[in-house]
Design a protein around this ligand. Structure first.
Ligand code: FCB
Length: 457
């Protein structure tokens, strides 16, 4: 039976990350992160920008929290900048940095907005990178110490803590293709990094639980269904491998305590060094699993897939709009793993927004959100234990290597004046929440059949 409404206690939120919105890049003792350094490399960021000012949330946080509150959401996903609270990633803590987050968490708490706090949304202290960063096992222990310190300070007012945001992105884009910070291009390093991220996640969970942390604890993965471009054996094999590298490489250790054998085979000498007990440390019970969903991936063994081929609408990131992939992904995960509560920690779209007479009529984003919320309800109907949905993003911000060119916000930001304007998508979301989250009627047909083979897993 189709659900008509989401459960009353469902968590509805908006999401951001420290480096993408805060600015205050050199304020009050903040140390440089690997993303500050990466932005200094010529050609690294599409518009040659950086995160030094961004949305200046470091100074505008009170107004921004008022906007969040006015939207009527009951949750806000944010991250802590490690180098703001511990400039060199070890040793001295920066009290001004900790005080900043204390004030933010207090303000959210007062307004009854559940804070969902990520420790690592990519901005590792640069001083740790100088010692090898995530490739160095020592960073694992630095991270646990950092997570403990932040949790002790904020944990009494936080709904959930996430250890890492999207370890695949850190490992693969940061250390294999090198298009993200720290810009390393080495497969062996990347897999070691992924192992250390998972290990630090497991050790941090154990440390926080030993202190009887009451906030819910989890990790956030970026996931997508993988579809083979054709029925050819080559395409199908590559699809299975890519699914292994994106999804099973993280889900198997978290839920089964082992890496997938086919991916280990593929990696050969690039497989990570694993010490005894590491896998047991990684396989900790999760209170929730965060899933960031944007699109599916179509895999072709020969050439990169041309997104225009399937005839589906694409966003400004050139990502296909493929809402049914969210249902497919969640149902498959529910089939293959003993899932804890699922939080959709990111979902949203970049479009070329125009501000006209003080309004942004982003119908494409409204459609995108409605279609995905509907797809989510389909997954719930099929038994997937989804408890939260957060829109990426609260406001336009620094979109990593794309700089400020890509706008994901439901709130528009004028970077010259720092003025915020609610886009139509924000007005729609506010109304949807006000009306008690009745399933939106769709105007567009989300079930456009793609012109490519959909290969089952
Ligand atoms: C995710 C990131 C998030 C944002 C979106 C568009 O991979 O977690 O910070 O950049 O993509």
């Amino acid at each position: 039976m189709r659900i008509k409404k989401f459960p009353k206690d469902f968590i509805w939120g908006v999401a951001t990350a420290a480096f993408q919105i805060e600015g205050g890049g050199r304020s009050d003792g903040k140390g440089p992160s690997i993303w500050d350094r990466f932005c200094e490399q010529p050609g690294a960021i599409a518009d040659a920008s950086n995160g030094l000012v961004a949305c200046d949330h470091y100074n505008n946080w009170q107004d921004d929290i008022q906007i969040i509150s006015d939207l009527g959401v009951n949750a806000y996903r944010m991250s802590i900048s490690w180098p703001r609270v511990q400039p060199t990633g070890k040793g001295a803590w920066n009290s001004k940095g900790l005080d900043f987050y204390d004030r933010v968490i207090d303000a959210l708490f007062e307004k009854n907005i559940a804070a969902s706090v990520t420790f690592n949304h990519w901005d590792l202290p640069d001083a740790l990178q100088q010692m090898g960063g995530w490739a160095n096992r020592e960073t694992v222990h630095r991270f646990v110490d950092y997570a403990q310190t932040v949790a002790r300070r904020l944990g009494d007012r936080v709904q959930s803590f996430t250890t890492h945001n999207e370890p695949w992105v850190i490992a693969h884009l940061g250390h294999e293709t090198g298009i993200f910070a720290p810009g390393i291009k080495h497969r062996g390093v990347a897999t070691q990094v992924s192992h250390h991220l998972l290990l630090s996640h497991g050790l941090a969970l154990q440390a926080l639980r030993a202190e009887r942390q009451t906030a819910k604890l989890g990790i956030v993965l970026n996931l997508a269904p993988m579809h083979s471009a054709t029925e050819s054996t080559e395409d199908k094999q590559k699809t299975k491998l890519e699914d292994g590298r994106l999804l099973r490489w993280y889900m198997d250790p978290l839920f089964k305590g082992e890496y997938p054998a086919d991916v280990l085979d593929f990696l050969g000498s690039d497989a990570p060094q694993i010490e005894s007990n590491d896998m047991a440390h990684i396989q900790q019970p999760l209170d929730f699993l965060g899933v960031n969903y944007y699109s599916r991936s179509v895999v072709s063994a020969a050439d990169p897939w041309d997104v225009q081929k399937s005839g589906l609408p694409v966003t400004d990131m050139q990502w296909e709009v493929y809402p049914q992939g969210l249902t497919e992904l969640l149902v498959r995960m529910h089939r293959d793993y003993p899932l804890p509560a699922i939080y959709i920690t990111e979902n949203g779209a970049a479009f070329k927004d125009k501000i006209v007479n003080g309004s942004v009529h982003d119908k494409n984003r409204v459609d995108y959100l409605q279609q995905h919320i509907r797809a989510l309800s389909d997954a719930i109907e099929q038994g997937v234990p989804v408890e939260a949905y957060m829109v990426w993003s609260l406001m336009d911000n620094f979109e990593w290597a794309s700089g400020y060119e890509k706008r994901f916000g439901i709130v528009h930001v004028d970077y010259e004046t720092q003025k915020r304007v609610l886009k139509d998508s924000a007005l729609w979301y506010r109304e949807f929440l006000k009306q008690g989250t009745q399933l939106p009627e769709l105007k567009t047909n989300m079930l456009n059949e793609p012109a490519v083979t959909v290969l089952g897993n």
